[in-house]
Design a protein around this ligand. Structure first.
Ligand code: 6PG
Length: 230
C-alpha cells in the first residue's frame, strides 16, 4: 500500500528537500496553532537534514522538541539519539524546549512513564525513519508492543541482538500524532521500501507501515523499486 503522500527526489537534493519540507511544515503549524510539538527520529539519515533545518527560517522559540525513541545509553554516548540531535540541531537553534528520553535511567519503565507524562496530548509533527528491516522508531518487526492495544504511549523495549535496549513511542503515540513524515534515503533501503509499499498492511511485520498515512520523502536511490507513477 502506497504512502498517502510520496515525494521522490534526486539523491543529491534529498537533504535540502527534506529540510525545506519540515521547515515549511513547522512554519505552517506555528502560524496555525502558535506552537509546534516536533518529535525527531534518530539514526543516520536525518542527521544532515537536521543540520540543514537548523539554518532554515523556522520560529524556533515556538518549537518544542521531543524524541521518537532513544537508546538506553547516556546522552553523551556515541549511540545516543539525543547526542546526534543536540549536535545537528539543538546546539544550533534556540528551541522553545527540548525533552530528551532518559536513556540512562536504571528503571526504564519509570523513565518511559515519566516521558509519557510530559508528552503533549498530540504531537504536531513526528519525524520517522525506516530501518532495513522495516522498523521505525524502536518498533522492530515481531515486537510484542506491536500487538498490544493498551494506552501506553512510551515503553521500554529490547533492541535487536547486540544493540542497546531502547525507549520508544508506541504505535498508539505514532498514530495519535497529527502528522507523520518518514525520511528514507539510500540504495540499501530500496528492497525494504519496495516490500513495505508492495505488501498488505501488516505493521507487525513492517512497523514503518504505521506511518503510511503520512508524508514519505524518499530519495531516488531508495525509490528504484517503487511502482512508476501514471
Ligand atoms: C534509531 C531511529 C531508527 C531509525 C532507523 C533508520 O533510534 O535508530 O530512531 O528508527 O530511524 O533505524 O536509521 P538510519 O536512518 O540510520 O538508516
Amino acid at each position: 500500500m502506497q504512502p498517502s503522500t510520496l515525494i521522490v527526489v534526486p539523491a543529491e537534493h534529498f537533504t535540502d528537500a527534506a529540510a525545506d519540507w519540515i521547515a515549511q511544515r513547522i512554519r505552517a503549524i506555528v502560524a496555525e496553532r502558535g506552537r509546534c510539538a516536533l518529535a525527531v527520529a534518530g539514526g543516520s539519515t536525518p542527521r544532515p537534514v537536521y543540520e540543514r533545518l537548523a539554518a532554515r527560517a523556522v520560529p524556533w522559540p515556538a518549537v518544542h522538541i521531543y524524541f521518537g525513541d532513544e537508546r538506553r545509553v547516556p546522552p553523551d554516548h556515541a549511540d545516543s539519539n539525543y547526542r546526534m540531535v543536540r549536535e545537528a540541531l539543538l546546539d544550533r537553534v534556540e528551541a522553545g524546549s527540548a525533552h530528551r528520553l532518559n536513556g540512562e535511567a536504571s528503571d526504564a519503565d519509570a523513565a518511559a512513564r515519566a516521558y509519557e507524562a510530559l508528552l503533549p496530548a498530540q504531537l504536531d509533527l513526528l519525524v520517522l525513519g525506516m530501518g532495513r528491516d522495516g522498523h521505525t522508531a524502536s518498533l522492530f518487526p515481531g515486537s510484542p508492543i506491536l500487538a498490544e492495544e493498551g494506552r501506553r504511549r512510551v515503553v521500554a523495549v529490547d533492541g535487536p541482538v547486540g544493540t542497546p535496549a531502547r525507549l520508544t513511542l508506541t504505535p498508539l503515540a505514532i498514530r495519535e500524532a497529527r502528522q507523520r513524515v518518514v525520511l528514507v534515503a539510500g540504495a540499501d533501503k530500496a528492497d525494504t521500501l519496495a516490500r513495505v509499499v508492495g505488501a498488505s498492511v501488516e505493521p507487525r511485520v513492517w512497523p514503518v507501515q504505521l506511518a503510511l498515512d503520512g508524508v514519505w520523502i524518499v530519495d531516488a536511490a531508495a525509490a528504484v523499486g517503487l511502482p512508476k507513477p501514471g
